[in-house]
Ligand binder design. Structure first.
Ligand code: C5P
Length: 392
């Protein structure tokens, strides 16, 4: 069953279309409304569409413990629109009405679709509440930008019903995956770093982030809590993953170390720039002379610094090599104190940066070498994740 929790925002009326579309797809839908939301959309409209009475009150249910029953039956609870108020209550664990009490009692997946004025949405307290809920496994359908009900222009619009319906359908139809990484915390880096030269120019590389994002998605699907530290990419982060966006290698160094102590596994799939311009010019460099010499300095080796301070974490590195793959990768595994290294020969067709596939050689600390033939980055991600399980 899919339960739709409607809270008191102007966008509540739009959720009638979501309930209708999901019902037409054949799902059993139960609507739960907060008191405030009934001022914005009529319970009768939801009841007529879903063919079930709408629950608005703790006393609904004629003496049954209805909030527990609905909590147990709900595979997904979609809260749309999710106001700043419900987000704060869920973060704090307040249970003062049917919806909040039911959410506390569910083992289903909770999806929030926040919608509010953009100043409210971008308020640090709301953002912090959302990120805490994400870290607890809540999924969030990000709001759209546009003209808001109050006339302001900005982020905070409830996405249209088609988009919300597609999200819920995809989530519901995803095959059940063995939750073998439940209780584990993974820190995954992805993408490239960008090293500024002047206000308009930078040094970087061709990494797209596909391998790191595939690892994050698969780890999340298998039950892990995932922090994805990502350089700039064109990819949409997987649902339910906490994303820390970074630009430069030094930003990435900071973000990784801030999260290092309490994670079980670190996978460094990012293509970090080894060098950066010694100085970032405050003004655009003029083309005046025929020659321009840029002085570069070494970036910190993030992975090596993790290896040097490793306690119980399992450390996984990547090695993009163009020759002597096994020798070079093994040397890297040792010098960076890694547990696993995933080497690709970037010269092979179907391996490396922008492809959807990869060809890898995985070398483990005990000397085990596995040759992985060409396969999708998601399949390879699952093999790498298998190897990060201790005592497997
Ligand atoms: O030494 P090399 O750059 O080939 O090692 C690649 C591995 O080291 C990757 O896992 C990459 O994310 C990581 N790395 C890093 N910091 C750097 C350079 C590479 O963490 N400055």
């Amino acid at each position: 069953m899919i339960t739709i929790g409607v809270t008191g925002g102007i966008a509540a009326y739009k959720v009638i279309d979501v309930a209708s579309a999901l019902k037409k797809l054949g799902y059993e839908i139960q609507v739960v409304m907060t008191k405030n939301s009934t001022e914005f959309a009529a319970p009768l409209a939801f009841a007529t569409i879903t063919g079930k009475p709408v629950i608005t009150d703790m006393t609904d249910g004629d003496g049954e413990v209805l909030h527990i029953e609905i909590a147990k039956k709900s595979k997904i609870i979609l809260i749309a629109p999710a106001t700043a108020n419900i987000i704060a209550k869920l973060r704090a664990g307040i249970a003062d009405d049917f919806l909040t009490t039911m959410v506390l009692a569910t083992k289903g997946t909770v999806v929030l679709a926040p919608a509010m004025n953009s100043n409210m949405y971008t308020n640090p307290v709301v953002q912090e509440n959302i990120s805490v809920l994400k870290s607890r496994g809540y999924l969030v359908i990000e709001p759209d930008s546009g003209v808001l009900a109050c006339g302001d222009v900005g982020v905070g619009k409830l996405p249209d019903a088609v988009k919300i319906t597609a999200y819920i359908k995809d989530l519901n139809d995803k095959p059940a995956v063995d939750q073998d990484l439940l209780g584990k915390k993974y820190l995954i880096t992805a993408g490239r770093t960008v090293e500024a030269i002047d206000p308009m120019r930078y040094l970087s590389n061709y990494s797209t982030g596909k391998m790191g994002y595939a690892l994050a998605e698969m780890a999340k699907d298998r039950g892990a809590e995932v922090i994805l530290v990502s350089g700039p990419t064109n990819l949409t982060p997987p649902a339910g993953v906490t994303v820390v966006e970074v630009i430069s290698a030094r930003d990435m160094y900071k973000a990784v170390h801030e999260n290092y102590t309490d994670v079980d596994v670190v996978i460094k799939a990012a293509a970090v720039a080894d060098f950066r311009p010694k100085e970032v010019q405050a003004e655009k460099i003029k083309k005046g002379d025929d020659k321009l010499v840029l002085e570069l300095v070494k970036n910190p080796d993030i992975l090596k610094s993790l290896g040097d301070t490793k306690k119980n974490q399992i450390l996984v590195g990547f090695a993009a090599e163009s020759q002597n793959v096994i020798e070079n990768a093994t040397e890297k595994l040792k010098s960076k104190n890694l547990d696993i290294i995933v080497a690709n020969n970037i010269k092979e067709e179907g391996a490396g940066f922008s492809a959807d596939t990869n060809i890898a050689t995985i070398i483990e600390r005990d000397g085990t070498v596995s040759f992985i033939p060409k396969m999708s980055k998601k399949e390879l991600a699952n093999i790498i994740l298998d190897k990060t399980k201790r005592g497997r």
